[in-house]
Every structure is written in C-alpha cells, then in structure tokens.
Design a binder for this molecule. Sequence first.
Ligand code: ATP
Length: 389
Amino acid sequence: MSRIAMFGGTFNPPHRGHVEAARACVRALALDCILLMPAGIPPHKQLPANTPSAVHRLRMTELCAREIEHARVCTLELEREGKSYTADTVRELKKRFPDDTLWLVVGDDMLESFARWREPESIAAICRLAALQRKPEKERDIERAAQQLRLSIGARVDIVKNPVLPLSSTQYREGQNGEMLLETVQRYICHHGLYRPRPALDEVRLRMGRILSDRRLQHTLRVEQEAAELARIWKEDEYEARLAALLHDCAREMPVEKQLNLLEKYGIIIQYDSKEYPQLLHALTGSVLALREYGAPPSVAQAIRSHTLGSPGMSLLDKILFIADSIEPGRAYPGLEQLREKARRDLDSAVIDNMEQTCAYVCAQGKRPHPDAYLALDAMKREKNNERA
Ligand code: ATP
C-alpha cells in the first residue's frame, strides 16, 4: 500500500512556495509519491488574460517536480475538457490507486473555502486532506478550519508543518519578482517571453503582407497552418508555433548586402562564407529581426535560426517549424505525402528524413551541403538512438 498525495494548482507560474510545500508534505506524511497536477480550467477562478498556455504551465511544473523528491507530474486535469472539478479528479485517482492512501493537498485559503467546493463530502470520503499554512498569521485559523471540517463533514485533516513562504503566483504576475521562482522556471519564462505583452498574430500577418511577395506570403500562411496543426498534435504551444511560422521568412527577400549590414548593426559575426550559401543567410537575419524588431521571444527566434539546416539539440518548436516549412501543402516533390504523414506519427524520423533528403538533393546539384546540416543530422540521429536505448 502506497501513500500518495495530489497537489493541484493552476501553477501560473509555480513558485518556491509550491516547491517547499510539496517537500514538506513528502517529509511529514512519508509519501511514496506526490502528484503535481496543473489544472485545466479551474472552477473557482478565472485565469488572467496573460496566462500562458497549458503546455507552458505543464512544463514549468515539470521543472519544479525535478527538484522535489518523489514528485511526478500528472496531466489528468489538463486532459479533461471543460471545467475541472476536484471531486472528479479524486474519484479517478481512487480508481487508479484503489488500495493506496490518498491525500489532497490544500493551502489554508483552499481549506477555508473547502466546504463550498462541489461535493466536499465525496472528496473527504475518498481522501485525507493535507493542510498547509500560507501566511504567518494563519496558524490558529488553519486549526479552526480543520476542526470545522472534521465536525461538519467528517473530513480527515492532517495539518502539515511547512516553511511558511507567503508567496503567490499573483504576486509574481503583478510584480515579476524572479527570486520567488526556481531558477529553471525563471529561465523558462524568459526564453518563452511569458507574462509579458507579446506580438499579436494578426498584426504580424499584416506586416508580412506588407514586406513579402504574394507567393512568399501564401507559403508563409500555409506554413503557419501546418505548424499550428503539428503543435496541437505534439503538444507544443500553438501561439509560438504560429508566430515562428509567420516570421520564419521575414528576411528571405532581403538582398544579401542589406542582410549583412543589418547583422553588422546588431554586432553579429557570421561564421561561414555568405557567398557560398547566400540563400541560408535569411535564417540568421530572420531570427535577429524576429527578436529585435518584431518582439518575438528567444524560443521563436531560435526556431527561425534553425529552420533551414536544423541545429544540434533542436527543441520541439524548432523541429515543428523545420518540418512544417518543408511539408506545407504548396510544396511539390516525390515523397511529400509520406513525409506529411510521418510528421504526424513520428516527428523526429520525419525531421531526419527531411535533413537526409535535403543533403542528397544539394549533392545531386553538384554543390556541397553546409557543414552545419551534417552537424544537425548527426545530433538528431544520436537523439533518436538514445530514445530507443
Ligand atoms: P494565484 O496567486 O494565481 O491564485 P497561488 O499562488 O495561490 O496562485 P495555486 O496554483 O492556485 O497558487 O495553488 C495551488 C495550491 O498550492 C493551492 O492549494 C494553494 O493554496 C497552495 N499554495 C500556493 N502557494 C502556497 C504557499 N506559498 N505555501 C503553501 N501552499 C501554497
């Protein structure tokens, strides 16, 4: 019989208060497992307008779970359509773990409102409550609220002594004090430009319409659709996939000389002879423009940077843009349909196939593939082999 706790929250973003609270529960309740469960659409609160997508909240929660012994992330609530009720979640957990002891972890704020949740008696019948203090002045209140629930609905409440860190996600969203977050979460937020104003996709589409030829614009819009679909399939952030696609060719029609001047303006040194591969320069220039002039986050700039050749250590977003550019339905080459189908089934293999085909095509034209193309291909193959091992 295992001892399992469920720690749900919007984790928007997850902060040190959550991490310390989870650690305290593991210690105090001798847990075998604590399940961090990001909520989908929580019934008791409206998510604020700048809330990152579920994908991002999930990944930030995963970064925290790495730092907590016995923690795992559970996507049960994120996968549920519509509003997510704790009563349904604990019933589902009981089905999955029928013989184990279950706890529901709640902060003092949640404990006080618990009797007003949907089906509090059913929840209390299935699992024990682990109550955490959030504010220094709440010590007495938490004991009182626990006692009331014991008497009114027969709840079994364990008060867990935790380091009281009066932090909340709201505080971060309103003041962006990075110190209240784990460093990994802080870096993640910067990389993806979360909790900041971000470029509106309609606006970017209009800007592309002004600078690109009609043919290139149509290609760009098809890449956007393709990237959005792949993002939904592979659980990547759809907004970032669309933004990366819309901007990926923003420097494609710029004369090489102008691109070189622009790169110089931003102090960027090119490591290869731009004369040998002039058609590749736009990936670098495009990424710089995306970051500096269109307000895109580094994650998007990085995907644009690697969309022509790929790069070692490609992120999911990088792979999606790379392949979406090659398989958008306006392309025409033998094997396109198979590659489109493969990208939906096995993304990494599709990326590898595409890299190999491109190198073979360049060789067949009597040219030398760019050395970075081989570096990217080798890295992808190694990643694939490690996955298999
Ligand atoms: P928001 O400010 O957006 O309302 P939050 O900081 O309260 O967010 P949630 O994700 O809503 O965080 O919280 C998930 C769970 O963690 C809740 O049960 C909450 O009471 C508890 N919790 C949040 N912050 C702390 C903290 N500093 N100490 C202990 N428990 C906490």
